[in-house]
Design a protein around this ligand. Structure first.
Ligand SMILES: [Zn+2]
Length: 274
C-alpha cells in the first residue's frame, strides 16, 4: 500500500511533468547509456576505435550544421555531462590505479576540474537569472523585434545582447555570462589537455618531450588488457574533445571576443574624438 503511493518522480530523477502527463525524459538518459557502450566497443581494436571516433565526430558535425530549431533536446547537454563524468571516473578509478600519477599531478587536475565546473555553473546561473529577471528581455516572442533583441529559436524566448545558444550546455550565452563561458572553455581545454596527456603517457610507452613533459610514443599493446584499453580509448575520446574546444576557442578569438570588446572600444574612440 505504501509502495503504491510512490510515483515515478520519486524513483527516477529525470521524470518531468509535461502537459499534465508524466513522461520520462529519455533524451536526457540516453547519453549516459550510449557513451559507455561506445567506449566499451572501442576497446575491441584500433580499427573499431577509429570507426567509432569518426562516427561520433560526424554526428557532432551533423548536429552543428542542421537548423537550430531541430536541436531542442536535453540530449546534447546530457552528452556533455556524461562525457565529463565518465572521463573523470576513468581517470580517478582507472588511470590512478596504475600508480604512475603523482599526488601533485592529481591535485592539479582536481583543481582544474573544479574551476571548469565553477565557471560553467556560473554561466548557467547568470543566464537563468538574466532570463528570469527580465533584464535581458526574457519575454515571449513578439513579431516586432527591436534592434538590440534577438529571438532564440531553441529557448523560444526573446533576449537582449545574445551572442549564441550553446546546445551542449543548454544555455543562451548573453553578454553578462559570456566571460564565464569563455573561462569555462579555457579551463575545460586545460583540464582535458592535462588529463589526456597523463592518461596516454601512463598506458602507452612515453618519451621525454621537453624537460619533465612526457608524450605518448608507442600505444600498440594497450588492447591486450581491458583496464589499459578503457583508459586508452577514454583518453583518445578526450583528445577529440580537446580538438573541438580548440576550434571553439578559435571562433571566440575571431568572432565573439571582438564583439564583446566592441562597446569598450567604441567608448575609447568616442573619448579620443572628443
Ligand atoms: Zn537560447
Amino acid at each position: 500500500m505504501v509502495i503504491t503511493a510512490l510515483t515515478m518522480e520519486d524513483i527516477l530523477p529525470f521524470v518531468t511533468s509535461k502537459a499534465n502527463k508524466k513522461k520520462v525524459d529519455t533524451d536526457a538518459i540516453l547519453p549516459f547509456i550510449i557513451l559507455p557502450l561506445l567506449l566499451l566497443l572501442c576497446t575491441l581494436s584500433r580499427t573499431v576505435t577509429i570507426i567509432v571516433m569518426v562516427t561520433i565526430a560526424m554526428g557532432v558535425l551533423y548536429v552543428c550544421t542542421r537548423p537550430h530549431q531541430k536541436n531542442r533536446s536535453s540530449f546534447f547537454y546530457s552528452w556533455t555531462l556524461s562525457s565529463g563524468i565518465y572521463l573523470f571516473l576513468v581517470f580517478e578509478f582507472g588511470v590512478l590505479r596504475l600508480l604512475e600519477i603523482t599526488q601533485v599531478e592529481n591535485f592539479v587536475l582536481l583543481v582544474l576540474v573544479a574551476c571548469t565546473c565553477y565557471f560553467f555553473h556560473k554561466m548557467k546561473a547568470v543566464a537563468d537569472f538574466e532570463l528570469a529577471t527580465g533584464s535581458s528581455k526574457g519575454k515571449e516572442y513578439s513579431p516586432v523585434l527591436t534592434s538590440d533583441s534577438h529571438y532564440c529559436q531553441i529557448c523560444q524566448i526573446e533576449v537582449n545582447e545574445r551572442f549564441f545558444h550553446s546546445i551542449w550546455w543548454d544555455c543562451c550565452v548573453l553578454r553578462p555570462n559570456y566571460p564565464y563561458f569563455l573561462a569555462g572553455q579555457i579551463f575545460a581545454f586545460a583540464t582535458l589537455l592535462f588529463g589526456t596527456n597523463l592518461g596516454l603517457t601512463t598506458v602507452c610507452q612515453p618519451f621525454i618531450f621537453i624537460g619533465t613533459i612526457l608524450m605518448p610514443e608507442d600505444c600498440s599493446d594497450v588492447y591486450y588488457q581491458m583496464d589499459l584499453a578503457i583508459c586508452f580509448v577514454s583518453s583518445v575520446y578526450g583528445v577529440g574533445y580537446v580538438l573541438i574546444i580548440a576550434l571553439v576557442l578559435l571562433k571566440q578569438i575571431f568572432v565573439y571576443i571582438p564583439k564583446y570588446c566592441e562597446p569598450q572600444w567604441r567608448r575609447i574612440v568616442n573619448v579620443l574624438n572628443v
